[in-house]
Design a protein around this ligand. Sequence first.
Ligand code: NAP
Ligand code: F7E
Length: 328
Amino acid sequence: MKRAIITGITGQDGSYLTELLLAKGYEVHGIIRRSSTFNTGRIEHLYQDPHDPEQRLVLHYGDLTDSSRLVTLIEKVRPDEVYHLAAQSHVRVSFDEPEFTGNTTGLGTARLLEAIRMVGIDTRYYQASSSEMFGATPPPQSEVTPFYPRSPYGAAKLYGYWMARNYREAHGLFAVNGILFNHESPRRGETFVTRKIARAAARIAQGKEEFVYLGNLDAVRDWGYAPEYVEGMWRMLQADQGDDYVLATGTATTVRQWVQYCFEHVGADWERHVRFDEGYLRPTEVDSLIGDSSKAEKTLGWTAQTMPEQLAHIMVDAELAETRIGEP
Ligand code: NAP
Ligand code: F7E
């Protein structure tokens, strides 16, 4: 039975990846950070009793800022595959907390890679790299596009990207960079723009809210469906050698178009309900991200199936169902 470690198992991608690996027969070890409130909502449906002899999902406390704990966990689990997904992943927040973002998203990667090297196991490593690393470089962006990050988050991810490459070249580690463009789902954090808008459209349609406050409506993003992207992560680690791959839909959608998709789906006029709040603007914006994932298609047989408009409908429908459950 293959054993995997997932950092960031409680996040959007971590939860879908856990489902995928359990379905493939893996034993999955997830690292969660201690919190005074429950942070395991996205994986609650996957919980397995530790007393069950058949248990294949095991959770361990750990934090990216705690190197000795990472060494202990790698030594204890001795995984065949490591999926490093944990990060302070919010771009806007990274401008407020650049040092924390550097420490977790950037240095956290170095700590984990070093833990693998120190323990000396033969494992395959997935680095959650991001299209934010391209930043100001115009689209289409692929594996050979120059990087120009525009946020502390983007800069921290770029450090992680180069560290993964360096461990591949310097220490022979099977290390992969998945350069993933935005991917969304009903499990997306509520402060990312797609979920925020899908949720607002549903709540406005149900008369629970009247307005949603947004920043830049002109930004262009390449929004795909998260469950398809975690399948791509797994495929990257099954390849013959460690390499870097872009995953994207190749389509361009503005925030404004996303608003239209969501509001039209519930039959509401978005212009009556969307208001501007400059607090949601970023000191430096990434204007346009549109990915070219032809390498992943050719090498891994991976292509995105769900396009942005359909994705918006999936997310709004999930919000409508969720808010209905909450009704008296
Ligand atoms: P997410 O929902 O924000 O999840 C982040 C995960 O990291 C959570 O499990 C979080 O734990 C954990 N975490 C944060 N700080 C930690 C720390 N100090 N120690 C241990 N764990 C910590 O992110 P996601 O959307 O699933 O994305 C997964 C990864 O892919 C991230 O690295 C992200 O930067 C990257 N990425 C995402 C996208 C995208 O569009 N979604 C695109 C490209 C790259 P809590 O639950 O306790 O907060
Ligand atoms: O913003 C604009 C905002 O926060 C998208 C992360 O997963 O993907 C994500 O980063 C766009 C930006 O995602 C609001 O200015 C307008 O142009 O949903 P977002 P992001 O910054 O693209 C990349 C690939 C990652 O790696 C990251 O981890 O939407 N926008 N109004 C807004 N954004 C937010 N959050 N809230 C607004 O009110």
